[in-house]
Design a protein around this ligand. Structure first.
Ligand SMILES: [Zn+2]
Ligand SMILES: [Zn+2]
Length: 210
């Protein structure tokens, strides 16, 4: 089974997902938002082995928990990010812009590409480049489980903000059309903030997509 545990962490209530293949115990953290020790403790309780951290994008509120996870004793974790968001990552994900400071930990060593397949145990996740909120934003789509981890591209009833450096409204709408609305209606959308939704619900009700 693909187990999905969600956490709401940090100063702007960001969703972090701990996903595991329960058969192999292998786990990935999608957007370790904050408080890495909380994510680690849950992984330990469930006897999951975190081997990968996948970042949808490099905003500070999606990366600030990575350092705690990577630096924990006995951990060997690959951090993956799209290269177009590396400059943002190198600026602490824009934290100083909000008057904050974070320790982003070691620089991501895996470079995500559109169309690439990531493996977690017996599950495959397709990387889809969906810029607009940030230049290097990606979403992770698992077709067999009908689920997308979509970061700050789209939310229940809303879309990602495009007023921050590197944002573009027209690009974001294009990305949503090409990378999200092209998927079947019953595909679950697990966003970076707020509750779960689905492709069908957003196609029907999202006021930004009419
Ligand atoms: Zn963001
Ligand atoms: Zn966010």
């Amino acid at each position: 089974m693909l187990e999905i545990i969600s956490f709401i962490l940090g100063p702007v209530e960001t969703n972090t997902y701990l996903i595991s293949d329960t058969q192999t115990g292998e786990a990935a953290v999608i957007d370790p938002a904050w408080s890495g020790e909380v994510i680690l403790a849950e992984a330990r309780r469930l006897k999951r082995r975190i081997t990968q951290i996948w970042l949808t994008h490099a905003h500070f509120d999606h990366i600030a928990g990575a350092a705690d996870i990577v630096k924990a004793p006995g951990m060997s974790v690959v951090i993956a990010l799209h290269p177009a968001d590396l400059p943002l990552w190198q600026m602490q994900g824009g934290a100083p812009f909000f008057g904050m400071h974070i320790d982003p930990g070691p620089e991501p060593s895996a470079s995500l590409k559109h169309g690439q397949l990531l493996q977690l145990g017996g599950y495959l996740f397709e990387v889809r480049h969906a810029p607009g909120h940030t230049p290097g934003h990606v979403v992770f789509y698992c077709a067999s489980e009908k689920v997308v981890f979509c970061g700050d591209v789209i939310f229940a009833g809303s879309i990602g903000r495009t007023d921050l450096p590197g944002g573009s409204y027209a690009t974001l709408i294009e990305s949503i059309n090409a990378q999200i609305l092209s998927l079947p209606d019953d595909t679950r959308l697990l966003s970076g903030h707020g509750p779960e939704t689905s492709v069908g619900d957003e196609r029907k009700w999202n006021p930004f997509l009419v």
